[in-house]
Every structure is written in C-alpha cells, then in structure tokens.
Design a protein around this ligand. Structure first.
Ligand SMILES: Cc1ncc(COP(=O)(O)O)c(C=O)c1O
Length: 307
C-alpha cells in the first residue's frame, strides 16, 4: 500500500512492515470480529504529537469489551506502543491504525479460544475526502442504505464487521459521482456519514445528534462540541432531520481522517451559498491550531513523542 512505513507493531513487538501477516483461517477474516481505531499524529513545533491518543485507546478497549474480547494490552501499554512505533519509524506526522482481532483457532461463530491479536500500523494517508475538500467542501448524497439500528449492532463500537454498512454507502455515493454518502437511521433521521459525524449551522447556532441517532460517538465530534462551546456558540444535541440539513446555513463533517470538512451540496441542493461558511471556517481554524499544538489551553489532548 502507499505510505507504508518500515515497522509496524504486532502482539507486543516491532516487526518489519511485510512481516505483519496472519493465517487466512483467522476468525476476524471470516466474521469481521475485529475492533479498530483511526488516530492522527501531527507535526508541531515540539515535534510529532498524537491527538487524543488515550481517548482513542480507551474507545478501543470499550469496543472490545462490548463484544467480550479479552484484551492482552492495557490502554497505557497501547499508548506506549504507538509512541515507540512513531519513534522507530522516525515520523513527523502520520495516520495510526490500531486493530485488535480474533486470530486462528476455531471457525465457530463464537470465537471461544481464538487468541486476541493486536497490531498497530503507522502510515501516510492524504486528505481522506480528496484534495481541496477542506477549503471547497464536499458533495454528498443520502444513501439508499440505512444505518443499522443500535438494537441490531452497537453503533458505539468501532467494529470491523459493522463497516460493511459504510462500505455500501461509500460505494453507492462514489459510483454516482459524490464524495461521500450520508446514512439515515431506521427512523428516517440523519445518522452520520460513512466515516464521519455531521454538524449543522443555522442562525449561528450549532446542531448535532447523539448516540440515540445510532452514530459512532466520534472523538472529533466531542472535540468540536467542546471547542464550539468554548468559543461561545450554543450547541444543541438532538435528532437531525433531512429538512434541517437542506435548510442549513452551513453543514460540516467531523472525523479523525476527515477532520472538519465543509459540506457544500446534498443531492444537488446547495447548502447555504454552496461554499465553506464562516462558522465552519472559524471552527476549522481553531481545530487546526489545537491539533498542531498552537493553543496551550488544549495541550493536554496532545501526546508529544519526543518528551
Ligand atoms: C462511522 C463513523 N462515524 C464517525 C466517525 C468519526 O469518529 P472520530 O471522530 O472518532 O474519528 C468515524 C471515524 O472513524 C466513523 O467511521
């Protein structure tokens, strides 16, 4: 793959990238029984720094515990693994992908004695929603695929198998020439993008949804709610309808990979004036200052690799 680095971390040790292999009969490959995170490390004046590393590793632990997977590494050990990997690869910035999965033992649906294996890879991943998306915004479509209800699968768990739903939405959107798909939930309200949470701006107030809309509780979502509140914006958390989105002054996606990406069009309807709005621009500026270590108030969210 492009952007690969020299080393990855697997089951407690550093290995060469091409040695990060598993058996084809591993449980996770057959049933999607794996849990992962997407984390970013940014270049700062004080060297590379990982944004909200502990919170991501805590969410990884929460995902595994929902599915009763035994975890052989603590949150602290996983954080140390990321630090040692970034150091070994001598990176200034990167995307970080930890994954915990059931390995090789049985093919029964119940993983029983399948071992938990854990791997972490660091690599370079360019703009998730394409070059220019952060400035110009993206065009999205409402997916014919609904987000699965949390009574079927726990939407708060970042489980590999659950992403088949997102794959269908992303494929549908891109085959129609859109940048991303937006999934409605079983009630017909907005859930989230295939890999992002959604925010709406109307009359300088902010609206986003919550767990009862069947979303992944994004760490960027939580970050943006806090930053917007600290900037003095009223942030309303509740159900979001399609009508609210069509009539919004501005809308944007949030996610570790997508960061804060303006939405300029939904199914050929312009959002606001069809350009990045002023609130979106100002929250992007604050977010980028925070992740790059340029705002001392939020420095505790950063793990500096070279302490
Ligand atoms: C389905 C889904 N929703 C929301 C998000 C945003 O989550 P976070 O901000 O923690 O990256 C992601 C990103 O991984 C996602 O895959």
């Amino acid at each position: 793959m492009s952007g690969e680095t020299k080393y990855l971390w697997m089951d407690g040790e550093l290995k060469l990238w091409n040695e990060g292999t598993i058996h084809v009969m591993s449980h996770a490959l057959h049933y999607g029984s794996a849990f992962f995170e997407g984390i970013k490390c940014y270049h700062t004046d004080r060297g590379p720094a990982v944004f909200r590393l502990k919170d991501h590793m805590k969410r990884l632990h929460e995902s595994t515990s929902i599915y009763k997977m035994p975890m052989p590494f603590t949150v602290d050990e996983l954080q140390q693994a990321v630090i040692s990997l970034i150091k070994a690869n001598e990176l200034q910035s990167c995307y970080i992908r930890p994954i915990a999965f059931y390995g090789y033992d049985t093919l029964g649906v119940h993983p029983k004695k399948c071992p938990t294996q854990v791997a972490i890879a660091t690599f370079d991943w360019g703009a998730y929603l394409g070059e220019g998306a952060l400035e110009n915004g993206v065009r999205i479509t409402i997916s014919p695929w609904r987000k699965f209800h949390s009574s079927s699968l726990p939407t708060v768990a970042k489980a590999a198998g659950q992403y088949l739903n997102s794959i269908l939405a992303a494929q549908d959107a891109q085959s129609k020439g859109f940048d991303e798909g937006l999934l409605l939930n079983q009630d017909g309200n907005i859930a989230e993008g295939a890999g992002q949470n959604l925010f709406i701006v109307k009359n300088d107030e902010i609206y986003t949804n919550a767990e009862d809309s069947c979303i992944l509780m994004g760490i960027t979502r939580e970050t943006i709610i806090k930053l917007l509140s600290d900037l003095g914006f009223a942030v309303h958390i509740g159900k979001l309808s399609i009508g609210q989105l069509f009539n919004a002054d501005e809308a944007f996606f949030t996610g570790t990979a997508s960061e804060v990406t303006p939405i300029r069009e939904v199914d050929e309807r312009k959002i606001g004036n069809g350009m990045r709005g002023s609130v979106t621009k100002s929250i992007q500026k604050t977010y980028f200052e925070v992740i790059k270590g340029e705002n001392a108030k939020y420095d505790s969210w950063l793990t500096y690799i070279n302490k």
